[in-house]
Design a protein around this ligand. Structure first.
Ligand code: FRU
Length: 744
């Protein structure tokens, strides 16, 4: 194998000098210009509202984790979010050393920068080379200005995504602290099917172009190439370039990084499957990051599941559509990535249909994926497959739908509406759902828009799904699912629903006590239903995570899984229809022989089952019927040998069912994870409970899915002890069974 590494060019705009070889000794080392550690902006002129009144102690409200700054305070222009603007001007100082070094992070837009002005002239203007909340060292070579007076200007004149800047620790010194190398090339003569790249999650991404003789072989990849340690490896499949010389060109790297020196070829790649929090029977990607389920369609006896996928790391980015198929919704066969980014952008969420009548002229029974191309604008595109989803061709006329007046314009869900003989698309547009119609999937006309003044509006609306359902009494109703983030009932991401009528043009919601939620737990988001399912079944799957912490959960090679597939139904609760969801009947096949427990009366003292299952591996289901017998507060919980506990509390007085995972295991990775989730408790004589555990997930279904609470947990040992408690009265648990769950 031959791998050579060399620097092709070193450049950084026209203001940034090559700093790699200079070393000047003899002066006292560092002279601070601004450290912001006094916690105020004394001496600086601060305009606008982006920078706040004082420096920030780390991240601000709704900002992801900020790292890499020095001490307690830094300059952070995320006050009021990305859309605020402002400028800061330092007091005048005299340049006394050859370099000015500073820590810099935030967005890369033209409106954010840090500049050096000497004698009223701007001599340097620098912006981050990567979008990141992690600050890194940058340097200016200022030897030509020694002895002159200067000021530093920090600007945030940028709105929209990444419209903020982070600055800290501005100092003069005798050497450059920045150690970036630009346009660094790793040359590989391909002799094996994989090139393995080492990744470290908590460092910024760098852009990697894969080239052969100066021709780009694929869209650029954004990779968190290891800087200080290797968290895991990701494979780039290069089988088709065997015998050729491939260049991996990194737009920048840090000379001190460990990663780029260890890029290697390999004959095999097998992702670690033995992580403690890898579920046994839920869908997870083989490696890498996953979010929304996409393109769900049933075809030729197979359930197709596509999904938002990052094959280059276990954090969000590089959106592709991953792909898997199953015959029973439980055993999934992983297939090659279905859709990769192209010149229109990365591949965001969408749906798939089977074009039985060849309306689009792609071919008989083409599987057509309708997805959002997320580039400079969000637009809607098509790709089609004539081999049942194995390979896709992008439609040459993409995009098929655009609207440059709207930033959030995405997640098309399409179905065939027989009554009007048209395809109907539901599309999330800011905080509404807009419906479009088409006869051929390529030309779309706007029908109507729904959502103003109804439902929850705490965040952008996403991932809609409109479908018909039969009610208990044989009537027909339409259901509209809408995911929202933030704004969920227990904060962060969640999915609300509306019940009403659709006439082929407009959706009219029934008068119900909105917002209504398909799941009150923190961990069921972006879920939609399969198209084309036989027997009138409506089968749903959600992403089992929450944007509040999805990028931080303590798994390694992969991040996040799907909920169990669930069958939806409309039930009347005495007052109105509610959308219920239960694990699909196929899930019964997961059950082993149950441990059966006699009816228990829970009086004043707690009752415990010390060992739910022998050799419990963390995958089990608890099924029981609770009779309150007049008790107003009662509950049950699970503990393990490490002192973790997870509690479920039913409070009939407050009509609240709460799930407490505050002490249920690991929670250090995000201050938003430990929490109590609350759901409305129906007023019933009995509560039939199903609760399914799969290593790191818990899914609670009460009264056949009338109330559902899905909660991730990261226990330090298996929950194998169950306790029943009754603070104020007595109640009964009957038909208690505990099943081991697993795939055979
Ligand atoms: C929801 C979402 C979608 C988008 C996708 C991007 O989780 O933001 O709206 O299409 O994720 O990965």
């Amino acid at each position: 194998m031959y791998i050579s590494k060399h620097i092709k060019t070193i450049k950084f705009g026209c203001w940034f000098y090559c700093l790699s070889v200079c070393f000047i000794a003899c002066k006292p080392s560092v002279v601070p210009i601004a450290t912001f550690e006094s916690g105020d902006y004394t001496g600086w002129i601060v305009n606008g509202d982006a920078f706040g009144l004082v420096p920030s102690a780390g991240a601000l409200d709704r900002q992801n984790v900020v790292s890499g700054y020095d001490g307690i305070y830094l300059v952070n222009s995320f006050h009021g979010g990305d859309d605020t603007r402002g400028e800061m001007l330092s007091p005048e100082f005299v340049i006394e050393r050859d370099y000015i070094n500073f820590l810099l992070g935030g967005g890369m837009g033209a409106g954010v920068f840090i500049a050096l002005e000497v004698g009223g002239k701007r001599v340097f203007e620098t912006r981050p080379i990567v979008e990141s909340e992690m600050l890194q060292w940058y340097s200016w070579n200022v030897e030509d200005f020694c002895g002159q007076k200067a000021v530093i200007r920090i600007a945030d004149n940028q709105c929209g995504s990444w419209g903020h800047i982070l600055v800290d620790q501005i100092e003069m010194g005798n050497r450059a602290k920045s150690d970036f190398l630009f346009d660094y090339e790793v040359v590989v003569d391909i002799t094996k099917p994989y090139v393995l790249i080492p990744v470290e999650d908590n460092v910024p991404e760098l852009k990697v172009a894969v080239c052969h003789e100066d021709k780009k072989l694929m869209e650029d990849m954004f990779i968190r190439m290891a800087q200080t340690k290797i968290d895991y490896w990701i494979p780039i499949n290069v089988e088709r370039y065997m015998g050729q010389r491939i260049i991996f060109r990194c737009n920048h790297i840090k000379r001190s990084s460990v990663g780029y020196k260890q890029i290697k070829q390999s004959s095999t790649f097998s992702p670690a499957s033995s992580e403690p929090y890898r579920p046994a029977y839920h869908f997870t990607p083989p490696y890498g990051w996953m979010n929304d389920p996409n393109g769900m369609v049933y075809s030729n006896g197979k359930w197709h599941l596509f999904y938002q996928y990052n094959p280059y790391g276990a954090m969000w980015g590089n959106m592709h559509w991953g792909h898997a198929v199953s015959e029973d919704l439980l055993h999934w066969e992983h297939l090659p990535v279905a859709l990769a980014p192209d010149s229109l952008g990365s591949i965001f969420s969408g749906s798939a249909v089977i074009d039985e009548n060849n309306t689009a002229s792609f071919g008989e029974n083409a599987m057509v994926a309708v997805y959002t191309s997320a580039g400079r604008w969000q637009t809607q595109s098509l790709a089609y497959s004539l081999d049942d989803g194995r390979t896709f061709a992008k439609y040459a006329g993409n995009p098929v739908l655009a609207d440059s007046t709207c930033v959030d314009f995405r997640d098309p869900k399409v179905f065939w509406h027989a009554a009007s003989g048209k395809w109907i698309m539901s599309l999330a547009k800011s905080q509404t759902i807009t419906f479009y119609a088409s006869r051929n999937l390529t030309d779309w006309e706007k029908l109507s828009s729904f959502g103003e003044g109804i439902g929850e509006h705490g965040g952008v609306w996403k991932c809609p799904d409109l479908f018909p359902m039969k009610t208990d009494d044989g009537q027909g109703k339409w259901v509209l699912l809408v995911s929202i983030n933030p704004g969920g009932p227990n904060e962060g991401s969640a999915t609300q629903y509306f019940i009403g009528d659709f006439d082929g043009k407009e959706f009219k919601a029934d008068n119900l006590p909105y917002p209504l939620w398909i799941d009150y737990g923190r961990d069921n988001y972006a879920g939609v239903t399969w198209n084309n399912v036989p027997d009138g079944r409506r089968v749903f799957i959600g992403w089992m995570s929450n944007w509040d912490y999805a990028n931080q959960v303590p798994t390694v090679c992969f991040r996040n899984g799907m909920t169990l597939p669930r069958e939806l139904s409309l039930k009347h609760n005495g007052k109105n229809f509610v959308l219920s969801s239960c694990p699909v009947a196929e899930c019964l096949a997961l059950r082993g022989k149950p441990a059966v427990y006699p009816t228990q009366r829970i009086e004043h003292d707690d009752v415990a089952i010390d060992e739910l299952l022998q050799d419990n591996d963390g995958c089990f289901e608890v099924e029981m019927v609770i009779k309150p017998n007049g008790a107003s507060v009662f509950g049950f919980g699970f503990t393990n040998n490490k002192g973790d506990y997870l509690n479920y509390m039913f409070d009939k007085t407050r009509q609240i069912l709460s799930v407490n995972r505050q002490e249920a295991g690991l929670a250090h990775f995000s201050d938003k994870f430990a929490c109590i989730s609350e759901a409305p408790l129906p007023d019933a004589e009995e509560y039939a409970v199903r609760l399914l555990f799969d290593k790191a997930s818990t899914e609670l279904f009460v009264n056949e899915g009338e109330v559902v609470v899905t909660s991730l947990v990261f226990p330090r040992d298996v929950f194998n002890r169950m306790t029943f408690f009754s603070p104020d009265s007595n109640w009964t648990v009957k038909d208690l069974r505990v099943y081991r769950l697993g795939l055979d």
